[in-house]
Design a protein. Sequence first.
Length: 78
Amino acid sequence: MGKISDPQIVYCFREKAGINSAKNRGVKLAKGRYVAFWGSDDLWIRKHFSPSRSILKHTEMYEQYLPSRLTWAQMDSE
């Protein structure tokens, strides 16, 4: 695991625990207003959450699933 320089990103490792255990631990350790899970097969680009921020700011829901899908052409243009 490489070094992460952003203090808002916390990496915690749990040996022999499943994905749900890891996510539950992440929620317990979270200190911010939002929680995002980054899977090993996920690709995030700069401004990944920009479209989601306005949705999250203007809703009373406590839980949201915000899917995002980009093509390589869209990523190249950003």
